[in-house]
Design a protein around this ligand. Structure first.
Ligand SMILES: [Zn+2]
Length: 423
């Protein structure tokens, strides 16, 4: 998860974007976890672990929050920073590395951190506008292409499965726990039974019901292998932590509560994975499974952050790739190449737009949206089609309980309105 999205029951019924901004306005204060661990609750949490021989910083916040996080935590301790540990390489966790780095500071990451950063840099021009939609900010200008392996890698220590060190008598054990990213790691302090698990418990900290994760994030990600994610949660559960500290949101205290929450989360991931696999083996197509697989209410997870249907498709295509078995899909001409012919058959784009409006009236906004795609393929400035499209998108926005979906719907509305206004 790149940014926390906090919801309270009071804002449940309002648009998710508003809930997002409510959280952002909360004053930020340092949080004492125990006598030696403090948390700065930023766009992603920054943790300070104090020992008699110096400090360890776990994650560094997004760049925009990094300075504030450092001010909050250095007010607690100004001892030298001996280690910076990165739970994973997402931008909201690594933005403050340079602020914390001192001569001799070791920076630890799991080895897949290198490829994650190269992947992000390699596709910067692709990701930048998509991230802007999801995170509701301006797209940063993608500069000169960095090349395939052009990322700046700050880590000085990389490990594969496990790494451990002791500082000031405090033992730190680091485990590879791939989940939201392939480079995710868990920091385990056996002495105090504290586990820092990054974003592998996405949606953490919001009042229950919490959210199902993004097994596939539609801003564009490689598949996030569900089985690895579930196994990583098992790795954390086996440690029997008394405190779990997350990349976003509040800590979880108490072994029983930790077990209850993480087990439910793991089982929800496994349920969606297994149902998808069963459907694939039964010869079902991806859209059928997206419609049919529902998370049982007993899991008590919202879809505020991750959507089950997107995850079903992510799992399906993560395993099988893009080919759907239809011979027509093997060729370069997409279905939309014949949309203008269909419009001609229907008697023109206004007729198709009328049909879209009727679909909307009968409670089928997605079908209405598809029909506007058909009409606009024939006449991109058709006012009736653009108006039907805006209405369909607004209907979907009213229904949306997911803040990422929200961003894409708003973009679609804006684009259609811009086209109308330019006439
Ligand atoms: Zn994050």
């Amino acid at each position: 998860m790149l940014r926390i999205f906090r919801r309270t029951s009071a804002v449940l019924s309002v648009c998710v974007g508003m809930a997002f901004s409510l959280w952002a306005q909360e004053p930020r204060k340092v949080v004492k976890i125990n006598d030696s661990i403090y948390m700065a609750p930023m766009g992603s949490n920054v943790y300070l672990v104090m020992t008699s021989e110096g400090n360890v910083v776990i994650d560094t916040a997004p760049e925009r929050d990094a300075r504030e996080a450092k001010e909050l935590l250095t007010a607690v301790s100004q001892a030298p920073v001996k280690y910076i540990i990165l739970t994973h390489g997402h931008a909201d966790h690594i933005g403050g590395i340079n602020l914390w780095k001192q001569p001799g500071t070791q920076i630890i990451a799991q080895r897949n951190y290198v490829e994650l950063l190269n992947y992000v840099a390699r596709l910067d021009g692709f990701f930048s506008p998509r991230n802007a939609v999801v995170f509701k900010g301006p797209a940063h200008a993608a500069g000169t292409w960095a090349g395939n392996y052009g990322a700046t890698i700050d880590a000085t220590i990389l490990f594969d499965e496990k790494y451990e060190f002791t500082l000031g008598g405090v033992k730190f054990e680091l485990f590879s726990t791939p989940g939201e990213t392939p480079d995710h790691l868990t920091v385990w302090l056996p002495g105090s039974r504290v586990a820092f698990i990054g974003d592998n418990y996405a949606g953490i900290g919001v009042p229950e019901p919490m959210s199902f994760p993004n097994i596939y994030a539609i801003r564009g990600t490689k598949p996030r292998p569900a089985l690895d994610w579930a196994k990583s949660i098992d790795t954390v559960l086996k440690l029997k932590p008394e405190i779990v500290l997350n990349g976003h949101g509040d800590p979880i205290f108490g072994q029983e509560e930790i077990t209850r929450r993480l087990t439910r989360y793991r089982d929800a991931i496994l349920y969606v994975h297994d149902e998808t696999v069963k459907g694939m083996n039964a010869g079902e197509d991806v859209y059928t499974l997206m419609q049919e697989i529902k998370l049982p209410a007993s899991y008590n997870l919202s879809q505020l952050f991750g959507k089950v249907s997107w995850s079903v498709r992510g799992i399906y295509e993560g395993y099988a790739g893009w080919f759907d078995g239809n011979p027509a899909s093997m060729y370069e001409e997409p279905p939309s190449s014949v949309y203008p012919d269909l419009v001609k058959l229907a008697g023109g784009p206004d007729r198709v737009a009328q049909l879209a409006a009727e679909k909307l009236q009968s409670g089928k906004p997605v079908e209405a949206l598809h029909l506007t795609d058909v009409a606009l393929a024939s006449d991109p400035r058709n006012a009736a089609a653009l108006n039907a499209r805006i209405k369909a998108l607004e209907t979907l926005l009213d229904r949306s309980q997911n803040y990422i979906e929200d961003g894409w719907l708003r973009l679609g509305i804006q684009k259609a309105k811009d086209t109308l206004a330019a006439q």
